[in-house]
Write a protein that binds this ligand. Structure first.
Ligand SMILES: NC(=O)c1ccc[n+]([C@@H]2O[C@H](COP(=O)([O-])OP(=O)(O)OC[C@H]3O[C@@H](n4cnc5c(N)ncnc54)[C@H](O)[C@@H]3O)[C@@H](O)[C@H]2O)c1
Length: 430
C-alpha cells in the first residue's frame, strides 16, 4: 500500500494550488505540510486552505532550507525565471521535486539544475500535463503498439485564441522576455515540443530551423485613433476584438491573471472591477500599448531527427479558436486528430484490391478512453500528473507519461536552439 506523500509548496500561487488541491480528493495520497511564498496575501490564503502551521510557513527557500527536511517532496510553482534558483537549494536539502514548466529559461540555467539533480540523485518531474490527457495518451499508445510503424513525419500546431493570447502574452505576465525571461515559444509551446519529442522517442532531434515574428501587437501597430484605456477614452472599443470590457467584464475568462488570483479581487462586485479596469488594473490598458520587446506572436519550426524522420510545429497566437492538431505519418499508417475535440482517425495501410488500400477507424477518447485524470484542468492532465508523480515518489517505476528532467532537457534544448535559429537565420545543430 502506498504511503501518503507530504509536500511543501514553493511559490504557492495558481499552479501550485491546482496541483496541491488533489489532496482534497485523495487525502490518503497527498498532504501539504509547508509553504514558501513572499506574498503575505497569498500565504494567508494558502495557509488557511491547507491548514499549514505557522512554523512551516516561510518567505523564501533559504529559510525553509535552514530547517531539517520535514516533507517528502517540494512542488515548485514559482514563475518561470525563479524555477532554477528556488529549486536548487531544495534539491541540495534532499527533497524530490515536481517542477513547473518551463523548468529553465536558458541553457545555462538548464545545465545548472541538471548538474545539481544528478549530483544529489534527486527525482525531478516536470509538469508537462498534456502527456496525461486521454487524447495524447491514446495517440502515444498507438505508437507504442506499432499501429503506425516507424514514424516518418510528425506535424503539429497550436493555435492560441485571441482572448488567451491577449490575457497572457500581450497584457499579461508572459508578454516579453524582459518580464518573464521566456519567449512565447518556450512559455506557451514547450508542452507541444515536449509532446513531439515524446511521440518520437527514442529517436532524438539533431537539428532545427525556425522562423517567426512579432506580427500583430506592440505600439507600432496601434490602430489610428485608439485610446489608452479601453473603458475610458477609446472610441474604437465596441469594434475592437481586444476590448478590456468584453474580455474582463463581459466574458470574464482567465480571472486568475486579471485579478492576480486573489480571492478578494476575484469576488469584487462588477462595478468595482469596472472601476479598477478604468483606473489602476493594467488589464484595462489598450492591448497595443504593451511593449512586447520583439517577442514573437507566431513561430514555426522544422526538426530533423537522428533516424531521418522530420517534424514541424507552428504556434500561432491570435487565432479565433484555440486548437492543437496532430498528424503523424508512419510506414504502416497515419493518425490525425484534434485535441480539443478528443477525436482522431487512424488509417492503417491494408494491401488489398480495394481502391482505398487502407482502413480508417474513428476514435473518440471521451467514449473509448480510460477514466484516469478524466476530470480537472488541462483535460484531466493536471490531476493525472499529480497522481502519477505521487506513485513515482512511492517507488514505482516512472510511467510512460512521466516527464523526467532528462526528457525535458531534450525539449527545452530544442526550444532554445529554435529561438537561436529564428534570431540568426541559421540551421542549428543540437
Ligand atoms: N503546466 C502548465 O500547464 C502551466 C500552466 C500555466 C502556468 N504554468 C507555469 O506555472 C508557473 C506558475 O504560474 P502561476 O500562474 O501559478 O504563477 P503565480 O504568480 O500564480 O504563482 C507564483 C507564486 O510564486 C510566488 N513567489 C514569488 N517569488 C517567490 C520566491 N522567491 N520564492 C517562492 N515563491 C515566490 C508568488 O508570490 C506567487 O504566489 C509558471 O512558471 C508558469 O509558466 C504552467
Amino acid at each position: 500500500m502506498d504511503k501518503q506523500i507530504t509536500a511543501i509548496l514553493v511559490g504557492a500561487g495558481n499552479r501550485a494550488n491546482t496541483y496541491a488541491s488533489v489532496q482534497f480528493n485523495f487525502p490518503e495520497k497527498l498532504k501539504v505540510v509547508g509553504l514558501v511564498d513572499p506574498n503575505p496575501e497569498r500565504m494567508k490564503f494558502m495557509k488557511e486552505r491547507f491548514n499549514v502551521p505557522d512554523e512551516n510557513c516561510f518567505d523564501y527557500v533559504d529559510a525553509l532550507c535552514k530547517r531539517e527536511k520535514f516533507a517528502d517532496v517540494v512542488i515548485n510553482g514559482t514563475m518561470d525565471q525563479l524555477h532554477v534558483d528556488t529549486a536548487i537549494p531544495t534539491l541540495e536539502k534532499g527533497y524530490d521535486l515536481l517542477l513547473e514548466k518551463p523548468f529553465a529559461v536558458n541553457e545555462e540555467e538548464m545545465n545548472r539544475l541538471r548538474e545539481v539533480a544528478q549530483r544529489c540523485g534527486s527525482k525531478v518531474v516536470i509538469c508537462h500535463v498534456l502527456r496525461y490527457t486521454k487524447f495524447y495518451k491514446a495517440v502515444k499508445n498507438h505508437i507504442l503498439n506499432g499501429d503506425l510503424g516507424d514514424i516518418i513525419s510528425i506535424e503539429m500546431n497550436e493555435h492560441v485564441n485571441f482572448h488567451h493570447m491577449c490575457v497572457s502574452y500581450v497584457r499579461g505576465k508572459w508578454r516579453s522576455e524582459e518580464v518573464c525571461f521566456a519567449p512565447m515559444l518556450l512559455a506557451k509551446s514547450c508542452h507541444d515540443i515536449d509532446l513531439m519529442m515524446w511521440m518520437m522517442k527514442p529517436t532524438k532531434p539533431i537539428s532545427v530551423a525556425s522562423f517567426g515574428s512579432e506580427f500583430m501587437f506592440g505600439p507600432q501597430n496601434k490602430p489610428e485613433g485608439a485610446g489608452n484605456r479601453c473603458m475610458v477614452d477609446c472610441p474604437l472599443k465596441d469594434e475592437c476584438a481586444y476590448s478590456a470590457e468584453k474580455h474582463y467584464i463581459d466574458i470574464q475568462r482567465w480571472p486568475q491573471y486579471v485579478w492576480n488570483d486573489s480571492p478578494e479581487l476575484r469576488n469584487l462586485p462588477v462595478e468595482e472591477k469596472r472601476r479598477l479596469l478604468e483606473t489602476t488594473n493594467p488589464f484595462g490598458e489598450c492591448a497595443w500599448n504593451f511593449d512586447r520587446g520583439g517577442n514573437v506572436d507566431h513561430q514555426t519550426l522544422i526538426v530533423n531527427f537522428e533516424n531521418g524522420a522530420t517534424g514541424t510545429f507552428s504556434m500561432i497566437g491570435g487565432a479565433a479558436k484555440s486548437e492543437r492538431n496532430i498528424h503523424i505519418i508512419g510506414t504502416k499508417g497515419e493518425l490525425k486528430g484534434l485535441f480539443e475535440s478528443s477525436k482522431y482517425v487512424l488509417r492503417t495501410l491494408t494491401p488489398s484490391k480495394d481502391y482505398s488500400g487502407y482502413t480508417e477507424t474513428e476514435y473518440d477518447v471521451n467514449v473509448t478512453g480510460d477514466m484516469i485524470g478524466a476530470t480537472g484542468g488541462h483535460g484531466g492532465g493536471d490531476t493525472g500528473l499529480v497522481l502519477d508523480f505521487l506513485e513515482y515518489m512511492n517507488g514505482h517505476e516512472p510511467s510512460v507519461s512521466c516527464t523526467t528532467l532528462e526528457d525535458s532537457v531534450v525539449s527545452h534544448h530544442t526550444v532554445f536552439c529554435a529561438n537561436e535559429s529564428r534570431k540568426t537565420g541559421t540551421i542549428i545543430k543540437l
